[in-house]
Ligand binder design. Structure first.
Ligand SMILES: Nc1ncnc2c1ncn2[C@@H]1O[C@H](COP(=O)(O)OP(=O)(O)OP(=O)(O)O)[C@@H](O)[C@H]1O
Ligand SMILES: [Mg+2]
Length: 482
């Protein structure tokens, strides 16, 4: 077999050197270009069996000529690598027929493995790819973040754009599961059809089946009229099954059957109906653990876990914090709140926080900053007051022999004293309530072994309210066991 030639284009000489050495060692011939014109010249002259190229080069952007490459040399695979790491880059690369997209910095072993794989395959002619909805700009994709941890997410997403595969999104609360699910729909081929979200944790257990599949008039007490279910509403589109780990077991059995057979029956109905929906499920719970505890059907898990996507917690992508914070500030500005900036020291502090409530916690914090502070520049002191004075979960060694009211009073008095000659930052009411609510709810959950139904009874609040509080206060939910 004759030597295969790889065309490398990058304006960075270091990358050209690394690639030509690594690929040369694998026995490939490598030609390096530092601009698009040279690369195009080779391609036009039918040179090369594979292209590895950067996106932005001094003379042109590779995306401007990718369609032309596809047209002229449809058999030529193109791997696009980029440090412009946004979802938009990944999507554009995929849509324009790039064979794959590789975020920089890349892993050399991964790249050589990819090259070997591509070059050992028979040439595939890429089909014309679906277009992105017209006018879609970065702003339509509110997925902020260029960290390495998000790159894997974008790559998986880009690959999923042209498929209908079932996706299981896992990740801690507030990591963006719902946002990603929506983006998968909005950029997928079902984007003109409905996206319907159902939150398993927000629906009373006994109503879940009717919620999903609809019911006939009189199917159960309270079923006054025939009602369409979510499957029917999502027909042709995407059904987002949020908090799937909270789905009652019987409903799981029914869901599994529907997914296997592609048909469903309404509650109280007889005739089955065909269904065509793409399923995206999400959970912040450990489904494997639930399976072990007999609370989640293993067969349903495999049915849903076709493409697993794990969203990184914010603390594993701290690089993204400044971008996210600025994004949320500008969002706040759009809602009419005054324009604010976060200074360097304050930003550093934000980057140090562990963010147990992830992006939602950051979003809420930034909103508070925008709404409650008069200052145009948010400094370190404000951030410290907002996050660090709340103290680590659990707080201080409080109540021993004194009453709760006394303890609170003492703490507040001390707090006011700290601000000699001035006032504490605004938003005190909310901060104080939070201090009280947090341990109250955490301890109630602990006492009920994480059973939210029991905890809500104990507290005398309804279950949805409790869930809402759990989210707002970024309380980590550990259920069962112990
Ligand atoms: N990468 C991101 N860029 C910008 N905003 C984001 C990003 N990820 C999440 N958000 C925002 O953070 C908030 C929480 O995201 P989302 O509701 O998708 O999280 P979740 O994982 O579904 O959380 P939960 O498990 O609590 O339901 C939303 O307001 C969302 O718009
Ligand atoms: Mg969610």
């Amino acid at each position: 077999m004759s030597t295969q030639t790889i065309l490398v284009a990058d304006d960075d000489p270091a990358i050209r050197t690394v690639l030509s050495q690594a690929l040369g060692r694998q026995g490939y011939a490598v030609k390096c270009a530092s601009n698009v014109a040279t690369l195009w010249n080779w391609i036009e002259n039918r040179q090369g069996d594979l292209v590895i190229t950067d996106v932005v080069m001094p003379d042109e952007n590779i995306f401007d000529i990718l369609p032309l490459i596809r047209q002229t040399r449809p058999e030529l695979p193109v791997i696009v690598m980029s440090a412009q790491n946004t979802l938009l880059t990944a999507v554009t690369a995929t849509e324009q027929g790039a064979y794959d997209y590789l975020p920089k910095p890349f892993d050399l072993n991964e790249l050589t493995a990819m090259v070997k794989k591509v070059l050992s395959q028979a040439p595939v002619t890429n089909q014309a790819s679906p277009r992105r909805p017209s006018g879609a700009e970065e702003t339509d994709l509110p997925i902020v973040g260029r960290s390495a941890a998000m790159q894997d997410v974008y790559r998986v997403m880009a690959r999923l754009m042209r498929t209908d595969l079932t996706v299981m999104i896992t990740g801690e609360s507030g990591t963006g599961k719902e946002l990603i699910a929506r983006a998968l729909h909005d950029y997928g081929r079902r984007r003109d059809k409905p996206f319907v979200a159902v939150n398993m944790a927000a629906i009373p257990r006994e109503l879940i089946e009717s919620e999903l599949f609809g019911h006939e008039k009189g199917a159960f007490t309270g079923a006054a009229t025939k009602t369409a279910g979510r499957f029917e509403q999502a027909e042709g589109g995407t059904l987002f099954l949020d908090e799937i780990g909270d789905m009652p077991f019987e409903a799981q059995t029914r869901l599994l059957r529907v997914l296997q057979e592609g048909e469903f029956t309404t509650v109280g109905g007889r005739a089955s109906r065909k269904t065509d929906v793409r399923i995206i499920a999400a959970t912040n719970r450990d489904l494997r653990q639930l399976i072990e505890q007999g609370l989640f059907r293993e067969d349903l898990f495999y049915r849903l876990n076709v493409v697993p996507m794990r969203l990184p917690p914010l603390r594993d992508r701290r690089d993204d914090i400044p971008d996210l914070a600025r994004h949320f500030l500008s969002e706040a500005e759009k809602t009419g709140l005054p324009r604010k900036v976060i200074d360097k020291a304050a930003m550093d502090l934000l980057c140090q926080h562990t963010w147990p409530g992830n992006i939602r916690e950051l979003e809420n914090l930034v909103r508070r900053l925008a709404a409650l502070y008069a200052e145009d520049v948010i400094d370190e002191e404000i951030i410290r007051a907002e996050i660090f004075e709340r103290g680590p979960t659990g707080g201080s060694p409080a109540v021993e022999s004194e009453g709760l009211g006394e303890a609170v009073e003492k703490h507040l008095a001390q707090y006011f004293d700290m601000h000699v000659g001035g006032l504490p930052p605004p938003g005190l009411y909310e901060r104080v309530l939070r201090e009280v609510e947090l341990p109250l709810i955490e301890l109630s959950l602990k006492a009920t072994k994480g059973n939210q139904i029991k905890a809500s009874e104990l507290l005398g609040v309804n279950r949805n309210t409790l869930r809402k509080k759990i989210r707002e206060l970024d309380i980590e939910v550990v259920r069962g066991v112990k």
